[in-house]
Unconditional design. Structure first.
Lengths: 225, 209
C-alpha cells in the first residue's frame, strides 16, 4: 500500500549525524546545480509542486533507497521532463534535436529569480462552506492511508498515522488538495487542520506518555471520532 | 478507481542519463541549456541566493525579536506569516508560517517524514541530517533518543511535541531564552540562536558559553 518515502516510525535507520553548524549549505557543487536546475525547470510551468513530490516518491524503491537526496531530485526531474513531453528519451540519450525548444521563452531568467522566489506558491484558497471540524474536536484519520482518487497516488497522510484518533488544534482555512493536484485533477481545495495525536495512539512503546505528534491533514483525510 | 500509471521499472527515463551523479546533473543541465529551457546564469543566481543570502540568520532575527519584544512575540504566535513577511522573510517554501514556542513544559521539534519540507525563507536549505532517513523515520517515534544524539536531554516533565510538516505550513520553533541575557539587544540575542534550536533539535547558546 505504502511507498518507500513514507518512512515515519520505521525501524533500522541507525543514528543521526548532526553535522556541524558551519557545514557548507551544499556539500558538493552538483548538489547546488541539481537544486537550482530543478527549481528553474519548475518555472517552465509544466508541472506543480505536488507532481514533483510525487515524481520523487514513485522512484522505484531500490532507487529511492539507493540514491542520495539530490540524486532523487535529478532522477525525478528527468522522469518528469519526459512524462510531460518537454524532453524525449532520445534527448536523454544525447540523440535528440539540439534546436531551441518551443518552451524556451518561458525559461527563468537570472534577473527574474528574486521576484519568482519572493512570490512563492501559496496554497490557501477561498472556500465557501464552514470547516467540518472545530479546534478541540476529536477526529479519526482514514485507514489505510491512501489516495482515494487515484490508486497508488500521492497523499500526505503518512501510514504511521492511519486510523488514529487525535484532536484538532487549528484550522488553516482551505488549501489545495495534493491528492488531486498531483494527478492533474484540479486544486480541489478543502479545509486543512493541524491535528495532535498522543504518542501512545501512534506507537506501541511511546518514549513518554506526555509526548505528542502533530500532522497537517486535509478534511477528507478525517472523520468525526 | 484509476491507477497511477506513472510507475515504471527498468525503463525509467532517468536511467538513460550517465549514472555518476555529478555527470548526470551536468548532462541534464547541458541538455536543458542547449534547448534554451534553463539559463545557467539563473541557476547561479538561485545558488547564490541560498548559499549566501537566505539562511538561519533570518530566523534568528525573528526569534531574537520575539524574546525582546512581547508585542512582537504575541503577534508572531498569533499569525506568523504576516509578521515575518514584514521583516522581509516570505516566498518559496515559506508561504504559510507558524511559530511554536518552547517552554518549561513543552518542547517542540519539526520534521517532514514524507519528504523534506522546511521553512526556506527563515532557515535556508535544510541540512543533510534533516533530510536523512534516520531523522525522518525516528523523529516522530523516538524524539528523545533523537534529541540525545544532538546532545539535548529533556526532563520527563517536559512534553515533546513533534510537528510533522505534511502540508504547505512551515514551522519555526522559538527556543527558550537563555539565562543571563536580560537587557541584551536584538542583534546580540540573535547570535545565540542556532539553526538547530529553531528546528527543535538544539537549544539556544548561553551568553557565557
Amino acid at each position: 500500500m505504502t511507498r518507500v518515502h513514507d518512512m515515519g516510525g520505521r525501524f533500522g535507520d541507525g543514528t543521526i549525524n548532526p553535522g556541524a553548524p558551519d557545514d557548507p549549505v551544499f556539500e558538493q557543487d552538483w548538489h547546488a546545480r541539481a537544486l537550482a536546475m530543478t527549481l528553474a525547470a519548475g518555472a517552465l510551468g509544466q508541472w506543480n509542486l505536488d507532481m514533483s513530490r510525487h515524481a520523487r516518491e514513485r522512484l522505484a524503491p531500490k532507487d529511492y533507497a539507493g540514491f542520495s537526496y539530490f540524486e532523487k531530485w535529478t532522477a525525478a526531474l528527468a522522469d518528469l521532463l519526459v512524462e510531460t513531453g518537454v524532453l524525449s528519451t532520445d534527448d536523454l540519450r544525447g540523440q535528440g534535436d539540439a534546436g531551441r525548444h518551443l518552451l524556451a521563452d518561458r525559461a527563468l531568467k537570472a534577473e527574474n529569480v528574486a521576484a519568482a522566489f519572493a512570490k512563492g506558491g501559496p496554497t490557501d484558497r477561498p472556500f465557501d462552506a464552514e470547516p467540518a471540524f472545530a479546534p478541540g474536536q476529536r477526529v479519526r484519520t482514514l485507514r489505510p492511508a491512501a489516495n482515494r482518487l487515484v490508486d497508488g497516488g500521492h497523499t500526505r497522510l503518512p501510514a504511521y498515522a492511519a486510523g488514529a484518533v487525535g484532536a484538532v488544534l487549528r484550522c488553516h482555512g482551505a488549501h489545495v488538495l495534493p491528492d488531486a493536484h498531483a494527478h492533474g485533477l484540479g486544486e480541489a481545495p478543502e479545509p486543512l487542520y493541524t491535528v495532535v495525536f498522543p504518542a501512545g495512539e501512534l506507537w506501541a512503546a511511546p518514549e513518554n506518555p506526555r509526548d505528542e505528534v502533530t500532522l497537517d491533514l486535509w478534511q477528507s483525510y478525517l472523520e468525526p471520532a | 478507481m484509476p491507477h497511477d500509471h506513472h510507475d515504471h521499472d527498468h525503463d525509467d527515463p532517468h536511467a538513460l542519463l550517465p549514472p555518476d551523479p555529478a555527470l548526470r546533473v551536468r548532462a541534464l543541465e547541458t541538455l536543458l541549456a542547449r534547448k534554451g529551457l534553463i539559463e545557467p546564469a539563473a541557476l547561479d543566481e538561485i545558488i547564490d541566493t541560498y548559499q549566501n543570502r537566505i539562511g538561519p540568520r533570518n530566523g534568528a532575527q525573528v526569534v531574537a525579536r520575539a524574546w525582546a519584544d512581547p508585542e512582537f512575540r504575541a503577534a508572531l504566535l498569533q499569525d506568523a506569516t504576516p509578521v515575518v513577511a514584514d521583516l522581509g522573510f516570505f516566498g518559496r517554501q515559506g508561504e504559510h508560517v507558524i511559530a511554536v514556542e518552547n517552554t518549561a513544559t513543552q518542547h517542540n521539534m519539526v520534521v517532514c517524514t514524507l519528504c523534506s519540507c522546511y521553512p526556506w525563507p527563515l532557515l535556508g536549505i535544510p541540512p543533510a541530517w534533516y533530510k536523512s532517513d534516520a531523522y525522518r523515520s525516528r523523529a516522530v517515534r523516538e524524539p528523545r533518543k533523537v534529541l540525545a544524539e544532538f546532545g539535548v536531554t529533556l526532563p520527563d516533565e517536559t512534553a515533546v511535541r513533534v510537528w510533522d510538516s505534511t502540508a504547505e505550513v512551515r514551522y519555526l520553533v522559538i527556543p527558550r531564552r537563555p539565562e543571563g541575557t536580560e537587557g541584551m539587544g536584538v542583534d546580540d540575542l540573535a547570535r545565540l540562536v542556532t539553526r538547530d534550536s529553531m528546528v527543535g533539535t538544539g537549544v539556544a547558546r548561553s551568553p557565557s558559553a
